[in-house]
Design a protein around this ligand. Structure first.
Ligand code: BGC
Length: 737
């Protein structure tokens, strides 16, 4: 069954179009049956499908590692395959659009939804989100980027005003969305609940229209987060096409607004057209047969998600090792987060079973999930440890601490788990800690008590199988951190301002967020951004740079190549990370920024030349006065290595770009005027013609007044310059204010 979009637009009544832009129930759009337009079905995800009318029940579907894990894979090809699998499962469940991925930036480790987000870095987030969407859409199911934008906390999420400077937005909080929109043209983008710089995002024309559609050329549908709309008419005018879920009487409100002239029919038609195009895509998509059940892919994804943070050689566990398996999470796995992304898994592995089939295991729960201290449980675990060769302790965060709707107040693991770990380490037996958590926890106080530490994140339904394979060395842990693990919460650049007060949160750290802030402040960290070990080692040899194109023609490309050698005894993966730094910029810039990466698998002894391509955006920053990304002349360092604080090979690049005068306006300073030779020549010509002298400033005077707005300087009596001169030149050379 199909329909013609233009025909429907021409034939539909205002009421029918109004109904189209308002949802039907919780999970469907409203079709126009009379004209052959069916409803489209939406479902939560994206770590698995949540198909069901209420939060308590959903149809079984594969539960993949949550985004924190998928992000840690640094593997777009894997994300694409997970996307395809999600698409196949969506097809089996009759779903047309999956409401994910979430790619908000992890501004603070406390955000309750960090488990649903990919990284603190927009390059990683955008690249991986694009791959996931690409995978879904390649099998005919739509993806939906969410939550657009600056929804970086759960506290007061439906009202809070995120106050963010445009540069931080463009370089950090919007940049991942921009990358993913450009690379995957998602069928949908979901707007967030919060306000951004004073305006509800659902009603924010700057964000939803000027930036998303104007600057980025987005052509799909913008859907509201569930309940994000306050004023439906303002939202339509701002560019919000579909309101979800159905809100009582909204269609009538929209139709009446068209009738009264408050809303032009063209605006309604534009939104309706986008919905009709999406529906048409859904109806005509060629979809492979739907399948539920991708346990093996979930296992593979979990392997690539796991980050080995520390290992004194105890891992992989020796073949005959007797293992004390301690911790309730070995029996009651913590494998996903709470809230709208919660999946009803098809099957569920437990480490208690998967490890016991590989090694001799004695289990002791060790702690209560409630957080209460129980000395008997600790004593039992210590006894098990004393009789074993090695302890594997499964620690982490309880369910309630990581959920949509609330943030954490600290980043420690529960005290009863700390007490257990202290007692276990007193036995003198090597202790391997496996963490199950979706957001960063403080490890600095106790990582030294461990022989090995694996950050297993929330690994999905097959996480425990992957973990047993990693512990025994059947498989490699190949994840890398996509967020910095700070020593203390107090060290994070956003901490003082998170989660804000009286309805407002200030993003005062600007672009200096995550590793960009830690590095600028030269702050010690527990484990740096990009870090992760494997069971083998790698060597980097000299970096080679090949430059083509130019900044002026906007086609600059830099191919950065390194020779990578696996110097260990086992096959393994390395994530080659490339960072760019621009030491002498005209604005404060981060010490280094990730601009490219690639994950490579090498056999023992194997060497390979690995090339990472950098585009012009790798060198750019957002210039607020120019209202665009610019590249400045200067020396750029390009560094490559295994994480943000281990970059053994580097090269330099000089870029020469004609200088771009700062557009002048009525408050431009004397220094800014002097930098604009055309405007200055025009000003001098005027002054000279009128007074017979030029406007000159001695060196000392210039130092005093260079920072003053020229127009106000002209107000002072006695000089050759007048306000009228300044205004006349501004009229020709200035930018509109
Ligand atoms: C969440 C979204 C989700 C939607 C539908 C909202 O509360 O923020 O991520 O897709 O509900 O369940």
């Amino acid at each position: 069954m199909t329909f013609d979009v233009d025909h429907v637009l021409a034939e539909a009544t205002t009421e029918e179009l109004a109904a189209l832009v308002c949802g039907s129930g919780s999970w469907h759009t409203t079709g126009i049956p009379r004209l052959g337009v069916p409803p489209v079905r939406l479902a939560d995800g994206p770590h698995g499908l949540r198909v069901g009318e209420d939060l308590d029940y959903s149809e079984p579907s594969t539960c993949f590692p949550t985004a924190v894990g998928l992000g840690s894979s640094w593997n777009p090809a894997l994300l694409k395959r997970v996307g395809e699998a999600l698409g196949r499962e969506a097809t089996a469940l009759g779903v047309d659009v999956v409401l994910g991925p979430g790619l908000n930036i992890k501004r603070s480790p406390l955000c309750g939804r960090n488990f649903e987000y990919l990284s603190e870095d927009p390059f990683v987030s955008g690249t991986l989100a694009a791959a996931l969407v690409y995978g879904m859409q390649s099998v005919g199911v739509g993806g939906c980027l969410k939550h657009f934008a600056a929804n970086n906390q759960e506290t007061d999420r439906m009202r809070v005003d995120a106050v963010v400077a445009e540069r931080a937005l463009r370089e950090i909080y919007l940049a991942g969305f921009q990358r993913a929109v450009g690379a995957s043209q998602p069928w949908m983008v979901m707007c967030s609940y919060n306000r951004l710089n004073g305006t509800l995002v659902s009603q924010n024309p700057w964000l939803l229209t000027d930036v998303l559609r104007g600057d980025w050329d987005y052509r799909g549908v913008v859907v509201s987060d569930w309940g994000a709309v306050y004023d439906r008419i303002a939202a339509l005018i701002a560019g919000l096409d579909l309101e979800m879920p159905q809100a009582d009487g909204r269609e009538a409100v929209v139709a009446a607004a068209v009738e009264s002239g408050e809303l032009s029919r063209e605006v309604l038609e534009l939104a309706a057209e986008r919905l009709l195009s999406l529906t048409h895509k859904a109806v005509t998509a060629v979809r492979p047969t739907g399948v539920i059940g991708h346990h093996d892919l979930a296992r593979e994804a979990a392997l690539e998600s796991m980050v080995l943070l520390r290992n004194d050689g105890v891992l992989p566990l020796a073949p005959g090792a007797r293992v004390a398996l301690v911790g309730e999470f070995a029996r009651t796995p913590r494998y996903q987060g709470s809230g709208s992304s919660k999946v009803n898994p098809v099957e569920l592995d437990r480490l208690l079973d998967t490890l016991a089939s590989r090694r001799e295991v004695t289990f002791a729960p060790g702690f209560l999930l409630s957080g209460d201290l129980d000395d008997d449980l600790i004593d039992e675990a210590v006894t098990a440890a004393e009789l074993a060769d090695v302890v594997v302790a499964c620690l982490g965060l309880p369910d309630a601490e990581e959920t949509e709707g609330s943030d954490r107040t600290h980043m420690r693991i529960p005290d009863n788990q700390r007490a257990l770990l202290a007692s276990l380490s007193e036995t003198g037996k090597p202790v391997v800690v496996v963490l199950s958590n979706g957001a960063a926890v403080e490890v600095a106080g106790w990582t030294e008590e461990t022989s090995a530490l694996i950050e297993a994140w929330l690994g999905g339904e097959a996480g425990a199988l992957a973990l047993a394979q990693v512990l025994t060395g059947e498989a490699e842990p190949s994840g890398r951190l996509t967020e910095t693990l700070g020593v203390r919460l107090e060290d994070y650049p956003s901490t003082l301002m998170f989660p804000g007060e009286t309805g407002q949160v200030q993003y005062g750290e600007g672009v200096f967020m995550g590793y960009r802030g830690f590095d600028a402040m030269e702050r010690e960290v527990a484990y740096p951004f990009g870090f992760g070990l494997g069971y083998t080692t790698f060597r980097y040899d000299a970096l080679k740079l090949v430059e083509t194109g130019s900044v002026v023609t906007r086609d600059l490309r830099v191919a950065a190549s390194v020779t990578l050698t696996n110097t260990g005894q086992r096959a393994g993966a390395e994530v080659v990370q490339v960072y760019v730094r621009n030491a002498a910029a005209s604005v404060p810039r981060p010490v280094r920024e990730l601009r490219g990466f690639t994950k490579v698998w090498l056999e023992p002894g194997e060497s390979r030349t690995v090339t990472v391509a950098l585009g012009i955006d790798a060198f750019a920053f957002w210039s607020t006065p120019h209202e665009r990304f610019v590249v400045e002349s200067g020396d750029y360092a390009i560094e490559a290595g295994s994480h943000s604080r281990d970059l053994p090979v580097a090269g330099g690049l000089r870029l020469d770009v004609p200088s771009l005068p700062t557009p002048l306006y009525d408050e431009s300073t004397i220094a800014e005027w002097f930098a604009d030779t055309d405007a200055m020549d025009a000003l001098q010509a005027r002054v000279l013609a009128r007074t017979g002298e030029r406007f000159e400033l001695g060196e000392e005077m210039y130092a005093v007044v260079a920072g003053q707005p020229l127009r106000r300087f002209a107000q002072f009596p006695g000089g050759p310059l007048t306000v009228a001169d300044v205004d006349a030149v501004l009229a020709e050379y200035g930018r509109p204010v």
